[in-house]
Structure formats: structure tokens, C-alpha cells
Design a protein around this ligand. Structure first.
Ligand code: MG
Length: 412
């Protein structure tokens, strides 16, 4: 199993995806997701210019050794570009190993620890009627756990609200399926933390009154609060029994979560922008969070995220892997295999790709009664249709950014 060929494929069936395809001398192929939303071509260059030349002629069976070699030999470690590139190689090697063994990847990771993966979707609306419609629509799609995002009076455009326009062809017109805007510059959104903190508890009260006490509800703060603001929100939401409050502060300052934790019993999830176990180290060891939000695609692959989640398991912290549509079907499959195998699975984010993406990436996973399963095809269970992929060339796109009312740039 010598790596003969390594292709980096960029396709944009409604949104940009970067895929690494490895081919061995005995004809096996493996796919890895290297998509970094809004900065895709940086990972393409990292792979094509610096990693692919090192892979040709390498032994495809040596997953751990390849990971350590790519991480340590670069000397300049970590960061989203580096770790997305390493992740793609790691996923592709697991895919090849599964095909060589004739087994789905989850079997190689220790076998299934559960029947399927509870997954949550994204309901949102600019006001309560629109939000309720969105929650009903998600229940009809089979979701049994739902993230709730809402408009805030006085703010025109904010993160996660489906009523905002999306230009992405595959977004079903819903902004929250693809906030990245195709164009020369990022779109500007507005933000006011005080208005948000005043409005949000009433929204959750209304949702609980309408949908009852049993439906697991989640909310994403998207890194926009200070620690004391996040503490106040967590406390205010306690009566509504959230499954989690996500990304309540800009999490690169791990200490901030100590203050939040002292004030609220609302469970906390964090880390979709993290790249290595080092970003989670203090949060896990001090039990400052309840769910690890790392993505296989951005955390260096299955090999690295599995270790991080096993470390988290020692502290009764569970997985909550990042999985919106900026993770390609290859990255989603990797998350499903890992989530099925580990003991401390919590929940999987799952937004559903559009029909064009599903034609580019042929997939074997199933979605039934609120549960995902990666399927039993050897490897990851995803194949890339190159003819379909070739129909959709890359288009530059940027995620939005925020300004406060006085013009100050704020976390988006
Ligand atoms: Mg998030």
C-alpha cells in the first residue's frame, strides 16, 4: 500500500469544498476533507505545495506515523490551515485502511458503542412565528434535538437567522445553511449584546411553552459575549433546561470559562474553531465544559480528535462534533464513524447538504428517527464523483463579520 497519487480537488456545488484523494499502487483510494470555510485555498496550497510531495511513495498503512511526521516535521505547528491539511491526510488513510480491511472505519476504531448518533438541526427565525415554523419543519425532517437561533429586535442581520437571504445555490435560500457570501468582501452584520441578552430568555420561555419540556434545545452564542455576560445568560436560561449553550465566549481564552462556570449550571459546549488538544487542555482538566465541539476536519483528523475525546472521557465530558454544511460529506462521515465508536459520544451537529453536494459526494450514511449511522461500506463510505465535481469551479466566498452600532468591529 504505497501512495502513488495525491490529488487536491476543489469543488463548489453551492459552497466550496476541498478534498484530498489518495490513490495507492494497488488501486485503493481514500478521501479526506480539508475544507476551511472562507480560507479554502490556503489549505489547497499547503497540501499541494508542501504535503503532497511528501506523501508520494509513502506507506499508506502507517496512519499514526504519518500524522506525527506531518505535525512535527513542519516545526510550525497547529493553526487551522495546518491542521485541516493533516486532517485530510489522516481521513484519507483511514478510508484506505478500511477498504483494505473490508471494514467500515468505525470497526477499526473498536466497533459500534451504540445503535446510532443522536443529531441536532438548526431551527431559526427572525421572530417567534417564523421560529416555531422552523422548529416544526425540523421535527418533520426527523430531528429530535434542535438548536434555536432567533432575531433580536433592533438588529437587521445576525448570525444564524434563516430568514436572511443566502446566495448559495445549495442553501435552499436559507442563510444559516451558508452564511459565507460570494463576493469581493465579507458582508457586514450588526450586533448589540445588551439587546440580545434582554431578548433571548423570553424566546426560550416561549419555545418551552409551545413545544413542552422534553425536546432537547441548544443555543449558539457564537463567541460574542464577555465572561460575565455569558454567565448572566447561562443563569437566565437555566429554567429552560438547555442541552447546551455553545461558544458563549471567544474561547481562545480558556480561563474565561471559569467565571462562566462559577455562575451557571447550563451545560457548556465549545471549540469548533480549535485545532488541537492543547486548545482544550485546561477546559477539560478543570471540567469547565461539558461538550467538545472540535471537528474531525479542523482538529487534525480522526487520529487526533479520538485522543482528545478519550482525554475528555476521563472527566465525563462528551463529544459534540461540529457538523454544519461547511464540513464536507467526507468530514461528516469521519465524524459519524468516530462518534459511533467512542464511549463518550454526546450529540452530532447535522444540517444536511443540498442535492448538488449529494451528487458530487456519493454517501452511504443513513438518517432515521433523529439518528445518523455511517453505514457499513468499507472505509468512510463516501466516493467523489469527479464529473459532477468538475461542474462547479471554486468561487471566492467570505464569512460575514460584525460591527456594533458605533462602528466597532465585534466577534461574529
Ligand atoms: Mg457554533
Amino acid at each position: 500500500m504505497i501512495i502513488d497519487k495525491a490529488d487536491v480537488i476543489v469543488t463548489s456545488p453551492g459552497r466550496n469544498f476541498v478534498t484530498l484523494k489518495l490513490t495507492t499502487d494497488d488501486g485503493l483510494t481514500g478521501l479526506g476533507d480539508a475544507t476551511l470555510n472562507g480560507r479554502e485555498l490556503a489549505v489547497v496550497a499547503y497540501l499541494r505545495d508542501h504535503v503532497v510531495p511528501l506523501l508520494i511513495g509513502a506507506d499508506a498503512s502507517r496512519i499514526e506515523d504519518t500524522w506525527q511526521f506531518l505535525y512535527r516535521s513542519a516545526y510550525w505547528r497547529r493553526g487551522p490551515v495546518t491542521m485541516a491539511a493533516i486532517a485530510a491526510v489522516d481521513m484519507a488513510l483511514w478510508d484506505i485502511k478500511g477498504k483494505a480491511a473490508g471494514m467500515p472505519v468505525y470497526q477499526l476504531l473498536g466497533g459500534a458503542s451504540r445503535r446510532g448518533l443522536m443529531a441536532y438541526g438548526h431551527a431559526s427565525g427572525k421572530d417567534l412565528p417564523e421560529l416555531f415554523d422552523s422548529i416544526h419543519a425540523h421535527l418533520e425532517l426527523g430531528y429530535r434535538s434542535i438548536r434555536v437561533q432567533t432575531g433580536v429586535p433592533g438588529l437587521k442581520a445576525i448570525y444564524g437567522i434563516a430568514s436572511q437571504h443566502s446566495e448559495a445555490e445549495d442553501s435552499r435560500g436559507r442563510y444559516d445553511y451558508e452564511p459565507a457570501h460570494r463576493g469581493a468582501r465579507p458582508v457586514e452584520e450588526d450586533w448589540d449584546t445588551r439587546a440580545y441578552l434582554t431578548h433571548l430568555p423570553g424566546v426560550f420561555e416561549a419555545v418551552r411553552n409551545e413545544f413542552g419540556p422534553d425536546l432537547p434545545l441548544l443555543h449558539d452564542g457564537h463567541h460574542r459575549m464577555t465572561p460575565i455576560q455569558a454567565a448572566r445568560l447561562g443563569k437566565a436560561l437555566e429554567p429552560y433546561d438547555l442541552f447546551w449553550l455553545e461558544d458563549c465566549t471567544p474561547a481562545e481564552n480558556q480561563e474565561a470559562l471559569r467565571l462562566v462556570r462559577q455562575h451557571t449550571t447550563t451545560p457548556l459546549a465549545i471549540g469548533e474553531v480549535f485545532n488541537t488538544v492543547w486548545d482544550f487542555k485546561d477546559l477539560i482538566r478543570e471540567q469547565l465544559i461539558d461538550y467538545v465541539r472540535g471537528a474531525v476536519t479542523h482538529m487534525g483528523g480522526i487520529t487526533a480528535l479520538k485522543k482528545t475525546l478519550e482525554y475528555a472521557a476521563m472527566y465525563q465530558i462528551k463529544s459534540g462534533m461540529h457538523g454544519p454544511t461547511d464540513i464536507s460529506p467526507v468530514g461528516m462521515a469521519a465524524a459519524m464513524h468516530l462518534g459511533l465508536a467512542i464511549h463518550n459520544f454526546g450529540i452530532q451537529e447535522y444540517m444536511q447538504h443540498g442535492p448538488k453536494t449529494d451528487q458530487v459526494f456519493e454517501q452511504s450514511f443513513t438518517w432515521r428517527d433523529g439518528m445518523l449511522h455511517p453505514g457499513d461500506q468499507p472505509g468512510l463510505g463516501v466516493e467523489l464523483n469527479l464529473d459532477e465535481a468538475g461542474k462547479y469551479p471554486y468561487e471566492r466566498a467570505y464569512l460575514p463579520y460584525n460591527r456594533l452600532k458605533d462602528g466597532t468591529v465585534h466577534d461574529w
